[in-house]
Design a protein. Structure first.
Length: 319
């Protein structure tokens, strides 16, 4: 049985130890697809402030949101403190529970380049100053990163490991419109190519089961994303959570979630098409609480992984 090339394998080979990702959520960050800059309400599957109460953990920052044109950020010190507190708490647990020695700070929630440059610089510099941090991974949208930020990340990448994670989702504009994505496929392609040209490491997020997509379309998305030169990939099934626009479509029977059989078959084909040096960071997604509306197979992660491994086994692979 051959183990598929995972992100963990990549990091271990490069840094000689298991590197743990520390997921960070900074209050005051939002997304241009939520704040009305490109659209309102966000992607149809995204649970955000349009549908539920703000999740900002710093009380004072509730309702305060940055964007690319913000001229000042009175809460920067609070955000830096929040970053430090989250990093220390999570990395401490990873050290105690798993013996973690090296860390990658993962700016995870919302759009983590959607703020004035000075704010981003301060947060990235601070994250890289923590002990045993080997680099950053920054989740963002391709319409929300500036040349200035990209150039700074490229500079940091000379001494550290800098990743940008772009939501690709689909290469079909009609699908991107259906999910209210707020940008087209050309925009993602352009920024992935630019990021690669700047020497940065790129992870692409793909979703299988988007409204109206056939398996052929899902695989075409994977094929094009590989061709754009992504270094790592996250595969997700589209699942429906309550308080989203997609939940309304599902309730009105306008959206039918992907079956587990189709997801497994698509995932297998996408992995088999993948260039060998593209590492896999994620093979599925889901949520095991009462916010999940459908499909039910997205509830239990262990069962999903078991089924994925049974599928991969047919071709001599394991995750
Ligand atoms: S880009 Fe991300 S944060 Fe913004 S609406 Fe879509 S899923 Fe939500």
């Amino acid at each position: 049985m051959t183990q598929i090339y995972t992100y963990g394998n990549y990091l271990r080979e490069k840094f000689g130890a298991k590197v743990y990702k520390v997921g960070i959520n900074i209050s005051g960050f939002t997304c241009p697809n939520i704040d009305g800059t490109v659209a309102k309400g966000g992607c149809t599957f995204c649970e955000n402030d349009s549908f539920s109460a703000s999740t900002d953990e710093v009380q004072e920052l509730k309702g305060f949101h940055l964007n690319l044109n913000s001229t000042q950020n009175p809460y920067l010190q609070k955000q830096l403190l929040q970053l430090e507190q989250q990093f220390q708490a999570i990395s401490k647990r990873q050290k105690e529970e798993y013996g973690a020695k090296k860390f990658l700070v993962y700016f995870q929630s919302f759009t983590n380049t959607y703020a004035p440059f000075e704010t981003l610089k301060a947060l990235y510099d601070k994250a890289l100053s923590f002990e045993n941090v080997i680099g950053l991974s920054i989740g963002t949208r391709s319409d929300s990163i500036t040349d200035e930020t990209l150039a700074y990340l490229a500079e940091l990448n000379k001494d550290k490991e800098i990743w940008i994670e772009f939501g690709i989702q689909s290469v079909y504009d009609k699908t991107l419109e259906k999910i209210n994505r707020g940008h087209d496929a050309q925009n993602v392609k352009e920024w992935i190519l630019k990021s690669k040209e700047a020497g940065l490491h790129v992870c692409g997020h793909l979703i299988f089961g988007l409204p109206g997509e056939t398996q052929e379309m899902m695989l075409e998305t994977a094929k094009e994303a590989y061709e754009w030169g992504i270094d790592s990939v996250k595969y997700h099934p589209l699942y429906v959570v309550k308080r989203t626009a997609l939940a309304n479509e599902y309730t009105r029977k306008e959206f039918k979630p992907i079956t587990e059989e189709l997801y497994l078959d698509t995932l297998l084909k996408a992995i088999m098409m993948k260039p060998k040096d593209v590492s896999v960071q994620r093979v599925t997604a889901g949520i095991d609480d009462d916010s999940l509306l459908a499909p039910q197979w997205c509830r239990n992660k262990n069962t999903q992984i078991k089924h994925i491994n049974a599928t991969l086994k047919q071709v001599g692979l394991k995750y």
